[in-house]
Design a protein around this ligand. Structure first.
Ligand code: COA
Length: 256
């Protein structure tokens, strides 16, 4: 299983478990994640979602083989978009425990979380532009809102990688912990939330997050542009460069 799901003490843990590929997310994994979130939303057994990866990798983002296949066939699977809609619509709190790599959606999904804990080894990187792509997961809306335009621009457009200290200072990480303390700490926070009166918690979260409509509309808008970009020569050249282990050609001379 590349997405593990466990329920205990009111906490549903979803874990990326494809360590040989740094937990890169395939179409099937998006489907499994969306199903697990939806199942947890409906179940009285679940009060809080917790998302985590494996040692050294939260996730390296969307599987670039899937992107390359989409670019080569002129199509784009809609599992990622459908997962993002689910992520933006959940009502129960979401806690993240991030160790190591958080690339692309591995970082942008954190702006849908309510508590984010990171290990000292965590890094946050959104290299969309270098891949000829665009910000997704409503990050073009949620990141400037959360960390300010300049920092969001630095991450999303300059492609600046943040370490966990910088992420903490920017305000999207609650605590930075040694790797072996990360998951117990995040779990404890999730269990603490699971012990709160559920109706009051749901209302407080809904008030703080506001209506999901704006976020869902932005996901849709970004998604349409993203699908075009995936099929662009620039993006195809960048995906091919990754699998040929060459640096992307910034001028994209080879992309025409
Ligand atoms: N999609 C598909 N495969 C991926 C992947 C991704 N996003 N990220 C890593 N992998 C695979 C590699 O191809 C490699 O597979 P192989 O062993 O069969 O060759 C394996 O995972 C290990 O990756 P590797 O690059 O050797 O590890 P690293 O520690 O040197 O570097 C990263 C890790 C994450 C920095 C690097 O793999 C990377 O830049 N990945 C792409 C990240 C990305 O652009 N994501 C999409 C954002 S929109």
């Amino acid at each position: 299983m590349t997405i593990d799901v466990e329920r205990e003490g009111g906490v549903q843990t979803l874990r990326f478990n494809r360590p040989d590929k740094k937990n890169a997310i395939t179409a099937g994994m998006y489907e499994a994640l969306a199903q697990a979130f939806e199942g947890g939303e409906w179940s009285d057994e679940v009060r809080v979602h917790l998302i985590a990866g494996t040692e050294g990798a939260f996730t390296a983002g969307n599987d670039l083989k899937d992107f390359l296949a989409a670019a080569q066939s002129g199509t784009h699977g809609d599992q990622a978009l459908s997962f993002l809609r689910t992520l933006a619509s959940i009502k129960k709190p979401l806690v993240a425990a991030v160790d190591g790599l958080a690339v692309g959606i591995g970082t942008t999904m954190l702006f849908h979380c309510d508590l984010v804990y990171a290990s000292t080894a965590a890094t946050f990187h959104t290299p969309f532009l270098d891949l000829g792509l665009l910000p997704e997961a409503a990050s073009s809306l949620l990141m400037p809102r959360s960390i300010g335009h300049q920092r969001a621009f630095e991450m999303l457009c300059l492609g600046q990688k943040y370490d966990s200290e910088r992420a903490y200072q920017a305000g999207f990480v609650n605590e930075v912990l040694p790797r072996d303390e990360l998951e117990p700490y995040a779990r404890q926070a999730a269990l603490q939330l699971a012990g709160k009166p559920p109706k009051a918690l749901a209302l407080a979260r809904a008030l703080m997050r506001g209506s999901p409509d704006e976020v869902l509309a932005r996901i849709q808008e970004e998604g349409a542009l993203f699908a075009d970009r995936i099929n662009s020569p620039e993006a195809r050249a960048a995906f091919e460069a990754f699998f040929e282990r060459r640096p992307p050609d910034p001028s994209n001379k080879g992309a025409a």
